[in-house]
Write a protein that binds this ligand. Structure first.
Ligand code: MSP
Length: 714
């Protein structure tokens, strides 16, 4: 029987889980379910990464121990995975004794291979990545992933002779493992290949500047570098180094192609290098076969930035789950992101997809079909079957598209296949009009067959839904009179005609009640006054606005066009309000930072370069809706269209314009500004307006109405 070992990264415990962590875990869970569905022997591992400088820093800031931070946060991951029906077989924590033993065993092998030596070392370190960066890879001295300032660190370290493995790594990328590329998708394989081809330096694998880690064997004062520690979890969780390596033998590839055993690491693209370069090199050195594949997905973005704690733009799953349930979020994550690419997360797109796919799509079709069949056949499923019809063919096509999609990690296409089947069922019913037939002729055999097809199509859709949204899958099956197997459906359940004849149907309220987006945002915002950044907000007003700017990240200050707006809007302050509100403002008007350079006014401030100016993405936008913000004199909430995209932003222009004057008008917006929240509304951009002398009254920049929305302004 094929054996599959699937892993997620182990997550740092300096944070609670957010949508990004959830995505990887749900993808891994869906894949594990898919393989179980095929009847394969699956082991699915996740866990937490509890050592390193990041955790040590948090503990120091809190005046507690790193272990206490880990003990507090690891269960938040465990609880969330449980809530999301994640069926992991094991959860490893790197502070466990079984892990430490395994790391020591691996290091003993690296040492025995002659691959460890001590040397002194200095360089730029990003604590967010827990990695050194060559200076050329930093952007203005900042980490390219986190945007945070890198720290210069100097110490004596144990080094691993990574450079020795360049040729073997290149050959691994060339040949792949058991006929499959070692890294998926191919673009990522190319990135890794050129990284290695451009030359590998030896890697520092111990730290002396921190204490929180596994003590480095035979090196007093050194702890094991957190990535060597963390990567080894994939083996230590199988018992590597414990004396009982039964699980290693069962789930780790033998390296000689014996047995159909595949170990697949699922990772975000941020940590691909660690998994596709360092990890196989460590294993080669230790004489352990490499895993079968490293599969890398893209990032969930918020306003073009990777969602991460360091950036402070994370979305937590809590609110959405509270309102729409676990399956709606699982569905959204898998259906919305084209696997491998980045995707933007927004509540608006979540609600749109929820209504389209789940409320109007699957949920509505289910209610319709169950109600009609129950009315026609006394609350039971039909008692005639039909083995030649278009729903059957649509179901077969959906199943094969779905399978192909899962096999190549294109989970969004697996969701598409389910949606297509539901649409086919709807179309079939519209064409056959069973509601007319029942009135004209009663419950004829033909009517039985039509409903059989619709219900059976839904049953297949529910089976296909299982890896993506397991609870909804079981509920659809229950409502159409099928028992949902405890361990989930299996491949044989795709066979056409398995719905029991004459079994009780269960009419019930909508599975996914339609969401009222307006009501959701109103209720949601009433409870959520926090700015979308994690920046501190000293002396924040009741509006959640920081009256003085904390040190704004460089990208943000670059977003203030000279002469049009106060310098560097404070993080957490809606840029639109900052652009247009009068200077002598009451509480809802942000003041500019006292420490921000008074350099951006037209009256003699320092000049900026053209490159600096071009970091500001100015676009023509069309106002498609406008309403005054309640309890605010100056703020106007605008819905604008920028090319294909729609956004909400808040502008301090309500004293000068009415909503009627704004709708249909073209304005200029700063499109790449970090989001900010004011009066509970998230503002995604800044409208440009002149601030009139004397009164400070805003006057919008005029745009010729013939200029299409989305046009770049420069
Ligand atoms: N502890 C390391 C991993 C060690 S694995 C041996 C680590 N942890 S992390 O908490 O930062 O989580 C990283 C992983 O979380 C990413 O690789 C990705 O799988 C997921 N994500 C975190 N933020 C993400 C997004 N914004 N978007 C998508 N996934 C992201 O790195």
């Amino acid at each position: 029987m094929p054996r599959r070992y699937l892993t997620t990264p182990i997550y740092y415990v300096n944070d609670r889980p957010h949508i990004g962590h959830l995505y990887t875990t749900v993808v891994a869970d869906a894949l594990a379910r898919f393989h179980r569905f095929l009847g394969e022997d699956v082991r699915f591992l996740t866990g937490t990464d509890e050592h390193g400088q990041k955790i040590e820093k948090v503990a120091r800031a809190e005046g507690t121990t790193p272990q206490a931070v880990a003990d507090r946060n690891a269960p938040t991951f465990q609880r969330l995975w449980k809530r999301f029906e994640v069926g992991n077989d094991d959860f490893i924590r790197t502070t466990e004794a079984r892990h430490r033993r395994g790391v020591e065993a691996l290091i003993a092998r690296l040492d025995a291979a002659g691959d460890l030596y001590v040397a002194s070392h200095e360089g730029w370190y990003c604590v967010g990545c827990e990695a050194f960066y060559p200076e050329k890879d930093l952007l203005d001295g900042r980490c390219p992933t986190h945007g945070t300032a890198a720290e210069w660190q100097k110490e004596e370290n144990v080094f691993f002779r990574l450079s020795r493995y360049a040729d073997r790594l290149l050959s691994l990328y060339e040949k792949g493992v058991d006929g499959r590329p070692f890294v998926y998708p191919e673009t990522r394989l190319n990135e890794v290949r050129s990284f290695v081809a451009s030359g590998l330096k030896d890697l520092s694998v111990s730290r002396t500047s921190i204490q929180w880690g596994i003590p480095f064997p035979s090196r007093p004062g050194h702890v094991v570098y957190v990535w060597l520690d963390a990567l080894t979890n994939y083996l230590t969780a199988l018992g590597f180094g414990s004396g009982d390596e039964g699980l290693v033998a069962r789930y780790w590839p033998s390296g000689d192609g014996r047995g159909d055993v595949r170990a697949v690491h699922l990772v975000g693209k941020d940590i691909l290098r660690f998994h596709a370069v360092y990890w196989p090199a460590f294993l080669m050195s230790a004489g352990v076969p490499v895993p079968s594949q490293v599969v890398s997905h893209g990032w969930w973005l918020r306003d073009q930035m990777k969602m991460s704690k360091s950036v402070g733009n994370v979305v937590r799953p809590d609110d959405l789950v509270e309102s729409f349930g676990v399956d709606a979020l699982r569905w959204h994550l898998l259906a919305e992101m084209a696997f491998g690419q980045d995707a933007s997360f927004s509540d608006e797109s979540f609600l749109a997809r929820y209504n389209a796919d789940l409320a109007n799509g699957l949920g509505n079709t289910l209610s319709r079909v169950v109600r009609m069949a129950a009315d026609a056949f006394g609350g039971k499923t039909p008692s005639e079957r039909c083995d030649d019809n278009e729903v059957m063919r649509a179901a077969a096509k959906a199943a094969s598209d779905w399978r192909r999609a899962f096999e190549s990690y294109r989970l969004q296409e697996a969701a598409d296949a389910i949606r297509a089947l539901v649409t086919a069922i709807d179309g079939y019913l519209t064409a056959r009009e069973p509601w007319k037939l029942v009135k004209a002729e009663g419950a004829t055999p033909a009517l039985h067959r039509i409903h059989h097809n619709a219900l059976e199509g839904l049953r297949v859709a529910a089976v296909l839904l299982w890896p993506i949204a397991p609870a909804a899958s079981a509920e659809v099956l229950r409502r159409i009179g099928c028992a949902a197997p405890e361990a989930g459906p299996r491949e044989g359940d795709l066979e056409w005609g398995r719905i029991p004849l004459g079994a009780p149907l269960v009419p019930a309220p909508p599975l996914f009640p339609r969401a009222d987006a307006k009501a959701y945002f109103a209720a949601h915002d009433a409870h959520k006054e926090t700015p979308v950044t994690d920046q501190p907000k000293p002396g924040a007003t009741p509006d959640g606005v920081a009256p003085s700017a904390p040190s704004a990240p460089s990208a943000q200050s670059a977003n203030s066009p000279a002469g049009a707006a106060p310098a560097a809007p404070a993080a957490g302050v809606p840029a639109a309000a900052a652009a247009a509100a009068p200077p002598s403002a009451p509480s809802e008007t942000p003041s500019t930072s006292p420490s921000a350079p008074a350099a951006t006014s037209a009256e003699g401030g320092a000049r900026i370069t053209i490159e600096e100016f071009f970091r500001t993405d100015l676009r023509v936008a069309e106002v498609i809706a406008a309403e005054k913000v309640e309890r605010s004199k100056k703020l106007m909430k605008l819905r604008v269209r920028i090319g294909e995209e729609e956004r909400t932003l808040v502008a301090g222009i309500a004293t000068a314009y009415s909503p009627e004057q704004l709708v249909g008008r073209k304005v200029v917006v700063v499109a790449n500004l970090a989001p900010a929240r004011l009066m509970g509304i998230e503002s995604n951009g800044m409208v440009l307006a002149a601030s009139l002398p004397g009164t400070g009254e805003p006057s919008l920049l005029a745009v010729d109405p013939s200029v299409p929305s989305g046009t770049k302004v420069k």
